[in-house]
Design a protein around this ligand. Structure first.
Ligand code: TRP
Length: 345
């Protein structure tokens, strides 16, 4: 095995962390710690590809960090930091901007979605977002990346960049003492431990739960207290029928499906097992059970998160320490990249 297994992932500090972020990403990050060395990054450089209020941004960087820690990420055994602290991310991203082709980036669906109709007015950073993401991963020569479905295309691009770098610079890479078979960068792989639950809006079961939905009732926030969690579940949109006892019975019932999915994810079980227990029950029975489960699973996290957010000195200390340890890995990689590309240093 040429490359040591290493996990890297990032979360943007753009506000309103919710249940979808927790079940889809952070809970998995916590699980990965048992089997891998992990680096978890608050990607503030990515956040500013769209406008961020500077005062809010600082708060949100601390909030994501607090969520990582409250959920159970151990910042001593692993590494937690904010991206802008480690200059090597931006440095390698520039090299990758010169490796990646316009045509590759033009195919990125997230850019098309985020830029919308007014492409002329999108930031250059938003277009180059995927090359920075590739640099995040490859500056540590990380091999495994837990990501949701929506980030798979970006991860494929990171592999394409790693491959092209390895090819374009193969002679220099060999001259630097690397096995030409392996190349300099690994081709990072997406990590999915079973299908990640897709958590949908509590107001519309066909839309993803989103930080930008104007209705606060559409999402369970990670800092919501027990009352808020229970109330949002009570008010969640449903249809009038009882729960089915088989999975097929959830077809064309997006709201019912979503609540069952959330229950299963929080209870660490399958949707089929939830229907076995609740098939035939009305929502008047199921919702209170789900509210109890959600409160018992989430309120320790939200309580701890609120405590941590009040202790900014502690949070900032974790990020500083993580940044130093991340730099210690990234700097030698970047020095070799400079050598390989042909810079003098
Ligand atoms: N683009 C990711 C998202 O929006 C965040 C991210 C940035 C990331 N850099 C990364 C994820 C590196 C995994 C690896 O969700």
């Amino acid at each position: 095995m040429a490359f040591k297994p290493l996990v890297f992932s990032g979360v943007q500090p753009t506000g309103n962390l919710h249940l979808g972020n927790y079940l889809g990403a952070i809970k998995r990050f916590v699980e990965m710690q048992a089997t891998h060395d992990c680096i978890y990054c608050v990607v503030d450089l990515h956040a500013i590809t769209v406008w961020q209020d500077p005062v809010e941004l600082k708060k949100q960087i601390r909030e994501v960090t607090a969520a990582f820690l409250a959920a159970g990420i151990d910042p001593k055994a692993h590494i937690v930091f904010n991206q802008s602290r480690v200059v090597e991310h931006a440095e390698l991203a520039w090299v990758f901007n010169c490796v990646a082709r316009m045509g590759w980036l033009n195919r990125m669906t997230q850019f098309k979605e985020k830029a919308g109709k007014d492409r002329e007015n999108a930031s250059v950073g938003l277009f180059a977002y995927p090359t920075l993401m590739a640099a995040d991963i490859l500056v540590y020569r990380a091999t495994h990346v837990p990501v949701g479905e929506d980030q798979k295309q970006h991860l494929e691009l990171a592999r394409d960049i790693a491959q092209k770098f390895n090819n374009d610079f193969s002679a220099a890479i060999a001259a630097n003492g690397h096995d030409p078979e392996d190349g300099f960068f690994p081709l990072p792989e997406p990590l999915t431990q079973g299908p990640a639950p897709r958590v949908m809006s509590l107001r519309d079961g066909t839309k993803k739960m989103s930080k930008s939905d104007p209705s606060d009732y559409s999402r369970i926030g990670l800092t919501d207290d027990a009352d808020a969690i229970a109330q949002k579940i009570r008010k969640a949109r449903t249809d009038p029928d009882a729960l089915p006892s088989e999975l097929e019975g959830l077809k064309d019932r997006p709201e019912a499906d979503n609540l069952v999915t959330i229950y299963a994810a929080l209870a660490d079980t399958s949707r089929a097992a939830v229907l076995k227990e609740f098939g035939g029950s009305q929502f008047s029975t199921f919702k209170p059970a789900l509210a109890d489960l959600a409160v018992s699973a989430l309120s320790p996290v939200s309580t701890r998160m609120r405590e941590l957010m009040a202790d900014t000195a502690y949070i900032d200390g974790v990020l500083k320490d993580g940044g130093e340890r991340a730099t210690a890995i990234a700097r030698p990689v970047m020095d070799q990249v400079k050598d390989i590309v042909g810079f003098l240093r």
